[in-house]
Design a protein around this ligand. Structure first.
Ligand SMILES: Cc1cc2nc3c(=O)[nH]c(=O)nc-3n(C[C@H](O)[C@H](O)[C@H](O)COP(=O)(O)O)c2cc1C
Length: 328
């Protein structure tokens, strides 16, 4: 019988499928449901920097015992929920009391500021790890790429210093020097990197003249972007990689593990196909492992990484050439 266990950031996982941060992990009941459906770990819905900062500010203004919790909105309007800091900490405590799988808390950060203090509160509440969902949209023409990258470095360094539990960084691919930046970030002491986050994208309704949200959920075709970078970076970084975006089935999980990911996060496929998809994926992986005579995930993780693949140049190829594509 295939052994699906793996280790991510030192955390033992019963299998490599992690439920990514989303509205599907914003309550204790939902986390229990995810555990019962078979995932190896859960990343909780993100606590947003604005929410934490508002608590810090009101603590300063009103004294420690009379916090006010203004409402804050998630970046995906359809799935919003007011998520107060104390509620979040209580959710972590409850999850830890009621599930056995690792519970990873998530903070969405756009800058470095007083909120860093709350990472230790999250640790105290019992979270097994913290995932930092950092994003600076490089839209300000007055800021250089280096200044934007510094935010990621500052946030990672500050949080790593303030907690002892493993910290992972969830990033996007919006870097001009992605490999170098990822490498620098992996030197900060983080234990994991999530490649990649996927963002809310605007669209325009041409009849109503309104900006609307589009493509909230990923499609299976989107796996190729993270697959390339997982393969290119998995031998180079000083931390584990967890793949995210576009994994919709068992084959997707296996591809990312072959590329070198220690684990895989899934979100959109759970929204699209329900939690039953997790056991289907696990069965698929087990059968695939049996067919290829793999007893443990360690035997094939990284087998097709950039360093290990027979034809690594295929990961670097970005232009179509007639003879290569064979399409006319
Ligand atoms: C409805 C929804 C809510 C999400 N909320 C969060 C969030 O709070 N924090 C976060 O880091 N990522 C959030 N994400 C991003 C997912 O965790 C994941 O990175 C992204 O959807 C790509 O993975 P997928 O292709 O498996 O969906 C959200 C995604 C969706 C669809």
């Amino acid at each position: 019988m295939a052994d699906l266990t793996t280790k991510f950031m030192g955390l033992p996982l019963r299998n490599p499928i992690i439920a990514g941060s989303s509205g599907l992990s914003n309550s204790v009941e939902k986390v229990i449901e995810l555990e019962n459906s078979g995932v190896g770990a859960v990343v909780l819905k993100s606590l947003f920097e604005e929410q934490i900062k508002s608590q810090v500010n009101s603590a300063i203004q009103q004294g420690e015992n009379s916090y006010a919790y203004p409402e804050a909105q998630d970046y995906i309007g359809n799935y919003t929920r007011e998520n107060e800091v104390s509620e979040y900490l209580e959710m972590i405590r409850q999850c830890k009391a009621r599930v056995r799988i690792p519970v990873i808390a998530s903070i969405n950060c756009i800058s470095l500021s007083d909120w860093v203090y709350f990472a230790s509160k999250i640790q105290e509440a019992g979270a097994d790890a913290i995932e930092l969902n950092v994003f600076v949209l490089p839209s300000d023409p007055k800021r250089t790429g280096e200044q934007n990258e510094q935010v990621y470095l500052d946030v990672a360094l500050a949080i790593v210093k303030s907690v002892t539990i493993p910290v992972s960084l969830k990033i996007s691919y919006y870097f001009s020097g992605l490999s170098k930046t990822a490498l620098k970030l992996s030197w900060t002491g983080i234990k994991g990197m999530v490649l990649f986050n996927r963002f809310y994208s605007p669209d325009i309704d041409i009849e109503k003249f309104e900006i609307v949200s589009s493509n909230v959920l990923s499609t299976p075709e989107e796996i190729s972007l993270s697959l390339r970078w997982v393969a290119m970076l998995s031998d180079r970084l000083h931390c584990d990689i967890v793949a995210s975006t576009g994994v919709h089935d068992g084959a997707g999980v296996i591809k990312q593990l072959l590329a070198g990911a220690k684990a895989v996060q899934i979100t959109s496929c759970l929204y699209r196909n329900g939690l039953g998809t997790i056991s289907e994926m696990l069965t698929f992986i087990e059968k695939w492992m049996d067919r290829h005579s793999y007893k443990t995930t360690g035997e094939f993780i990284g087998k097709l990484s950039f360093k290990e693949a027979e034809n690594p140049a295929a990961y670097e190829r970005v232009q179509f050439m007639k003879y290569f594509a064979g399409i006319e």
